[in-house]
Write a protein that binds this ligand. Sequence first.
Ligand code: BG6
Length: 485
Amino acid sequence: MIFGATGHLTATKLLPALFHLENAGRLAKNMTITAFARREWSLAQWQQHVSEALKDLVNEKTRTPQQKKLFAQFLNRFRYHQGSFDDLPAYQRLANDIHCESACIHTVFYLAIKPTVFATVIKNLALAKLNQPCGASRIVVEKPFGEDLKSARMLNKLLHQSFQEEQIYRIDHFLGKEMVQNLFVFRFANTMIESLWNRNYIDHVQITVAESMGIENRADYYDQTGALRDMVQNHLIQLLAVIAMEPPASWDADALRDEKVKVLRSIRAIPKNAVNQFAIRGQYATGRVEGNKSIGYLQEKDVPKDSTTETFAAIKFYVDNWRWSGVPFYLRTGKKLAKQTSFIAICFKQPPQQLFHETPLESICPNWMMLSIQPEKSMNIEIHAKQPGLGMETHVIKMDANFLNNNEHGLDAYHTLLLDVIEADRSLFIRFDEVEMAWQVIDPILRHWKIKNASNPMPTYRAGSWGPKETNQLLVDNSYGWRND
Ligand code: BG6
């Protein structure tokens, strides 16, 4: 059952993922998908909406009879249930319909809704006893889980009044990305890599999730959320945890999450009086993105003209443990940046002795390892080699490895994660202590920015740039600068 079925997330991620699972033959024959939403639509109107949302995946003209049959089978799975989130009788009618249809069912409730209505939906599910079907029930909660530490704890308490921990799936879709899962294999299946993965060899780590798109008609959600809550507290901190964690004892959901929590616990708290030295924010102004003119954030539809919501955040963290002591982790994300790209750049230390310092400048740059998460899924290592010829000159060569073959596209994160929910595998979902720890490191920044809003103008950046120029200040103690490619 999808709550928020007519929303952006359902159209762009959930419906394509479910259809993909249909194509792959992974949906049970008698599985139904109930769309719960406010609009007064008939089932036919809803099915029309689904066809529209999937039109890029299913080309009407070129569809074979077999594909047509499959699509019809997919559309037939749907039920449309009209109701608003605070309308308890709508939940009771839903419970009634379900009981009439089948005596015993397993249910997944997917909350594809704004965090502000999580509590209402959870309470009503329980009041209508939808949380107690005769089969198993699971609930998927989208991020951000709460809006700070305190509200996250309240939300968790509320969830636990109606659901057991084993039934709760806190989703962070970055963990379902092909390349992020590959990081586990890459790190823990290669002795060569793992032995270099520490403070003795790594100078610093940069994690960039850059988006060239804006807020895509999501002002209602985004303006109350901002980049720090929307991206850093969850996606970027999870990437940091995967990069920095110790090998888990097994590929078991709890073993994996234990190791991530240890990393999050080791993140050094940002001192209240020095937040400016660790965190930079910004809001996009007008500019040009990928050649096209772009409006600023304050001109976006439904954004208040005096909004102080940040659309960019960059933060420096230290992980104070034996493996990472002294190695800065720089995290950066923003909307309307120069490119749509996400990658992790690992900068290695300079060799202790510069034997070749007389050679061209390139020889003094460090080795880099670039792990591209999207759109490419690749690894690129930059190393020094001798320039062919009589002299002893060096140049940088790049060793490229694409993780996908030319004709492979890889799966979208939601394909993997929805199947995991259906099959009850929680390894790639977030445990509450991870959420707590992440808020603990983010809360001081949120508080500081809130106070600052009263007295300071919001720093802006040109749409199509790499964010506010102050972002470079974070890197003062290293001379290499941000990697943008
Ligand atoms: C979502 C954020 O969680 O992740 C969006 O709410 C963001 O603002 C999106 O655009 C990015 O995810 P992806 O998978 O499209 O890179």
